[in-house]
Every structure is written in structure tokens, then in C-alpha cells.
Design a protein around this ligand. Structure first.
Ligand code: BTN
Length: 330
């Protein structure tokens, strides 16, 4: 399988099968309606089966979808998004190196605000601080959203917090799990990381061209790799049931749209307020602050309106953290 974006025609085929769910659809009808050869239909059915889509082949009569597939293709998502700008264009990949790289390239070529790139699998998923992001096939949501906000680059950090609050709301509403946010933007369930956000931007001399919000969510991973087990988890592991990635993704895109508009209309203080209400890290949390140079202990004393985390060191000195990594001290 290549890393190119998914052919719109395969998306159309999934749509056709879903529209006729549980009915046997003749191969020639699929080929005719989509405008491809019967051989291409056979090839795509194989690809979909490899992704876990349950399609029964009826010899000589056609194909029957046995279950609505949980694939993040535009045709299964966009109908739920209404007038939303975020997700008006969704570019789906069965496999991408990194959806952030793909989105940054598209942004460079002028892709519109709200364009979303999503992949079933990433071969070079990136996390913060140069770490890799574990991107197991069809288990997680690996998505990047292109935003074109009317801000200067200096205001970009609040967009990361905006994405953190939106993701927190989407995950807790979709699953009922209690989801915490560790500053600046790690989503935790029972103290372990279930999702992360990598914000990258293209800017020059005080002018922001585009921001790419890369969001990775561990949804249906049955088990995390050994090295991640102590610190990471999935929604499935924590709730002991699988979740529809399509539904979680729809919830995420809707919440991003909602909080982006809140930011534009009410400003960064409104986001900081929502963030502080959603995170146990905002106030009174004993934390370890890790920078490349040193580690220190402090207690959190609030979030300022730009999204910086205010901390008090043991000598009562106070500081506002704008970047870095923190961990809870138990
Ligand atoms: C983190 O370190 O917490 C940030 C993880 C961000 C991962 C996502 S998955 C989709 C997008 N593409 C990437 O390569 N990274 C982000």
C-alpha cells in the first residue's frame, strides 16, 4: 500500500456499501456506479478486509457489508458535521508517514482553514520533544487540522490549549471516562496518557500562515507496547470495551470547531478558564518541572490568560511556564 491519499472512489464505494448495508450489492453495480473496473472493486474489497472491514463475498452475486466499518473516511464523517469549517475537507490516508507532515505540505500549498488530514496508520508519527508517536494500524486516531487564525505567532500556544480542552471534552463525552489534562496538552485517563497534541506552524516575521494541530488518540489498542505500558493507555484498555473511532473522531472535530469559535469570540482567557476547569494540574498540584538543563519541584497556582502555567517553587518564588514538561509528584 502506498502513502498517497485515499482515492475518492474507494470512499464512494464504502459509502455505497454502507447505504446498502446488509444487502448483497452486485460487483458490476459497484463498478458502474463508481466508474471503475470490476478488478479495481475486487482489489479495494481486499484492502478493506485487510483493515478489518467485514465484507462477505457471494459467489457470482456480489458483496455484502456485515457491519458498518470503523474507517475514518470522509463519507462516514462529514454528514455529521453540518456547516462546520473544521472537517469541510478531509483527506484520508490508509497509511501516511506523519499526518502533520502531510498537513504542513498542504498548508504550504494553500489548503483552506479547517482542512483535516487523517490516517489509519502512520509510519513516522511524531510526538513532542522529538519523540516518536506509536501509530498502530486502525487502532487509534491520527489526525492533523490546518487552522488559519488571525493571530500573531506569539498567540499560537493558546491554540494548543484550545485543542487540549476540545479533546478532553470529546473523549469524556464520547466514552464517559474521566479525562484529565496534564499541562500543556497531554490527555490522561487514570494517570496514563491516552492522547497527545503536537502543534506545528508555518510563520515568518510576525505573520502566522497556518497552524497544524496534530492529535493522536489511543482508542482501541488492546495493549500498549512494553516500553509505553507504564505511562500510556487506550480508551479500550481503561473501559474494557472497544469504541467507534468514527464517533470519537466526529465528537473531536465538533468540539474543535466549538472551542475555536469560543477562542475567536471570547479570547484566550475564555480558553484558559475552560482549561483550568478541566485539569487537575491547574491548581495545587505538586509537580516536577523538567527542562533540558535541570529538574525542579513546584506547586501549580493557576493558569494565566495566555495559557502559561503559574508555579510556586519551595522558596516561594513564582514563575509562569510557557513551555516544557511537567509530571505529577505523588
Ligand atoms: C505528544 O507527544 O503528546 C504529541 C503526539 C501527537 C501525535 C499526533 S498523531 C497525528 C499527528 N501526526 C504526527 O506525526 N503527530 C501527531
Amino acid at each position: 500500500m502506498t502513502t498517497g491519499s485515499t482515492d475518492r472512489k474507494i470512499d464512494k464505494m464504502i459509502h455505497l456499501l454502507v447505504k446498502n448495508a446488509m444487502v448483497v450489492v452486485p460487483g458490476p453495480k459497484i463498478a458502474l456506479q463508481i466508474g471503475v473496473t470490476r478488478a479495481a472493486v475486487g482489489q479495494w474489497i481486499k484492502t478493506l478486509r485487510e483493515l478489518g472491514v467485514e465484507i462477505k463475498g457471494h459467489h457470482g452475486t456480489g458483496y455484502q457489508l456485515l457491519k458498518i466499518p470503523d474507517i475514518l473516511v470522509p463519507s462516514l464523517i462529514q454528514a455529521e458535521l453540518g456547516e462546520s469549517e473544521i472537517g469541510r475537507t478531509i483527506i484520508h490516508h490508509f497509511r501516511a508517514d506523519s499526518t502533520n507532515t502531510a498537513a504542513l505540505n498542504l498548508a504550504q500549498k494553500g489548503a483552506e482553514h479547517g482542512t483535516v488530514v487523517v490516517a489509519e496508520e502512520q509510519t513516522a508519527g511524531r510526538g513532542r520533544l522529538g519523540r516518536p508517536w506509536h501509530s498502530e494500524k486502525s487502532s487509534g486516531i491520527y489526525a492533523s487540522v490546518i487552522l488559519r487564525p488571525p493571530f500573531s505567532p506569539a498567540a499560537a500556544p493558546i491554540l494548543t490549549l484550545m485543542a487540549g480542552v476540545a479533546t478532553q471534552h470529546a473523549l469524556s463525552a464520547a466514552t464517559g471516562l474521566s479525562v484529565d489534562i496534564r499541562w500543556p496538552n497531554d490527555l490522561l485517563v487514570n494517570g496514563k496518557k491516552v492522547a497527545g497534541i503536537l502543534t506545528e506552524m508555518s510563520a515568518e516575521l510576525g505573520r502566522l500562515h497556518a497552524v497544524v494541530l496534530g492529535i493522536g488518540i489511543n482508542v482501541n489498542h488492546r495493549e500498549m507496547p512494553a516500553e509505553l505500558k507504564p505511562i500510556a493507555t487506550s480508551l479500550r484498555i481503561e473501559s474494557q470495551r472497544p469504541w467507534s473511532r468514527v464517533q470519537v473522531f466526529i465528537a473531536l472535530l465538533k468540539e474543535l470547531e466549538r472551542y475555536y469559535h469560543l477562542l475567536l469570540e471570547k479570547g484566550s482567557a475564555a480558553i484558559a478558564e475552560r482549561w483550568a476547569a478541566a485539569s487537575t494540574y491547574a491548581n495545587g498540584k505538586r509537580i516536577r518541572i523538567m527542562t533540558p538543563e535541570a529538574e525542579s519541584l513546584a506547586t501549580t497556582v493557576g493558569l494565566d490568560s495566555s495559557g502559561a502555567l503559574r508555579v510556586r517553587y519551595d522558596d516561594w518564588r513564582e514563575e509562569a511556564l510557557v513551555a516544557g514538561e511537567v509530571a505529577e509528584v505523588k
